[in-house]
Design a protein around this ligand. Structure first.
Ligand SMILES: Cc1cc2nc3c(=O)[nH]c(=O)nc-3n(C[C@H](O)[C@H](O)[C@H](O)COP(=O)(O)OP(=O)(O)OC[C@H]3O[C@@H](n4cnc5c(N)ncnc54)[C@H](O)[C@@H]3O)c2cc1C
Length: 411
């Protein structure tokens, strides 16, 4: 990075941070709605976000009417952004957010300060690495996430192991299995700490159909190896088992990429781990908006794209309205074991809504009644068996926008 420091205080309308599906879709929608001065920043050399390293389908069916592999879908996003006339700046890392829509950016050009009337954060999510999962044992190389594995394969043509143990059973685990099998590695097993696969059937059957054992109720208690992983000790149904393997592939347990927001006054929501937003995708600081996986890890590429487009439309309406919204916020709270509710706040005078539903997730499997209360009055209820990492949608009723408090109750 060059040592210069520049300040670019232009009359830019929107600065988008993150060029994955949600950021690009928001930019396209802003341009479609006549917002001309839109800059899109991404730290990577090309747009596409997490889709860039996915050498598998399906991506793009609903937004582009055809099925792409992730890398081709990323290239399509790149072309769409260029055709729409977005001011795209790749190789630009945003390192801090100011309260007044002023952000600090580093690139080969040096350190710059960029400003805009509104800032949209679409920085995505990432799988939890080893340290955050508190996995004990030696510290050999060969312990990585699906995203990191895919980056090795897609960008460097390297497969870092041949017989990895796969940890987790979310949707992304299928990508992990597929990436291994199509690039010369055969997983020794897929292990899940809970009593069943987190992904919906029939996808949870995929490892078994590929001849890879799937072990439920299984935890890692030790990782052994000098320079490389040599073995992993598991507690399987309460019994210790040691498995020879040459890598550990950590899948899922996504967390929002919200480090930029942590030091700001708006911070992050403790439930979602991302910025708290209202029904328009607007943050506690009304100059900031957010969309995509940074809001609540994790959804598919198509979902992130549609969410970006909806927040882009709401943002365009917000700009047309003139001054940033100033009114008070209505907090949306929830009971345990509900893990998160998004949006986690509402505004009476929010303008155009981007979200018609509250998205709810559970921390662990639970049976009972889920209900929505507006000022203490129940307005929606459903009973069932609720699984973690499954999206539950509760329509946002009009009365909630007139309320003092909104609560998602679980009994
Ligand atoms: C391994 C894997 C497999 C997947 N498989 C599928 C699949 O088969 N089908 C499917 O539909 N979905 C799949 N997904 C999910 C899909 O990729 C995501 O839902 C989608 O990419 C999310 O879009 P997003 O815009 O919210 O964030 P991302 O795509 O994560 O984009 C965020 C962007 O923000 C940039 N950024 C972050 N911080 C900064 C910063 N400080 N400064 C500048 N830029 C920054 C990043 O470089 C990145 O480009 C997969 C995801 C993974 C990880």
């Amino acid at each position: 990075m060059a040592g210069s420091r520049k300040t670019e205080m232009t009359d830019r309308d929107v600065l988008i941070i993150g060029g994955g599906p949600s950021g690009v879709a928001a930019g396209l929608e802003l341009r479609r709605q006549g917002v001309t001065r839109v800059t899109l920043l991404d730290r990577e050399p090309t747009l596409g976000g997490a889709t860039r390293h996915c050498l598998h389908s399906p991506f793009g069916m609903r937004e582009f009417g055809r099925v792409y592999i992730g890398a081709a879908y990323g290239r399509r996003l790149d072309r769409e952004a260029a055709a729409a006339g977005l001011d795209v700046r790749t190789g630009h890392s945003v390192v801090s957010l100011g309260e007044e829509g002023v952000v600090t950016v580093t690139s080969a050009r040096g350190v710059e300060t960029l400003s805009a009337r509104r800032v949209l954060v679409t920085t995505g999510a990432r799988e939890m690495p080893r340290a955050a999962r508190l996995l004990p044992g030696d510290r050999p190389v060969g312990i990585l996430t699906t995203g990191a594995l895919q980056a090795f394969v897609a960008f460097h043509g390297l497969m870092p192991f041949r017989r990895p143990l796969i940890v987790g059973s979310e949707l992304v685990t299928q990508s992990a299995v597929l990436t291994c099998l199509t690039h010369g590695a055969r997983p020794v097993a897929v292990v899940e700490a809970g009593p069943q696969a987190l992904v919906r059937a029939p996808l949870g059957l995929f490892p078994g159909l590929m001849g890879i054992p799937f072990w439920r109720n299984t935890h890692i208690t030790d990782i052994r190896g000098g320079s490389r992983v040599e073995a992993v000790t598991l507690l399987r149904d309460g019994q210790p088992v040691t498995v020879a393997c040459d890598g550990v592939l950590l899948t899922g347990s996504f967390t929002p990429e919200s480090a930029l927001l942590l030091p700001t006054a708006q911070g992050v929501d403790p439930g979602t781990g991302g910025p708290a937003v209202d029904q328009s995708g607007r943050g506690r600081n009304p100059l900031y908006f957010a969309a995509g996986n940074v809001l609540r890890a994790v959804e598919t590429g198509g979902w992130a794209f549609r969410e970006g487009r909806a927040v882009g439309a709401a943002l365009a309406a917000d700009l047309r309205a003139g001054d940033p919204v100033a009114g008070p916020v209505i907090p949306v709270t929830h009971d345990d074991p509900v893990k998160l509710v998004m949006p986690s706040l509402l505004r009476r005078d929010s303008g155009m809504a981007a979200f018609r539903d509250f998205q709810v997730r559970f921390r662990h499997p639970a049976s009972g009644v889920l209900s929505l209360e507006v000022d203490g009055r129940e307005v929606w209820r459903r009973s069932g068996h609720w699984m973690p990492e499954r999206r539950v949608l509760i329509p946002i009723p009009g009365v909630a926008l007139m309320a003092e408090r909104v609560h998602v109750r679980f009994r």
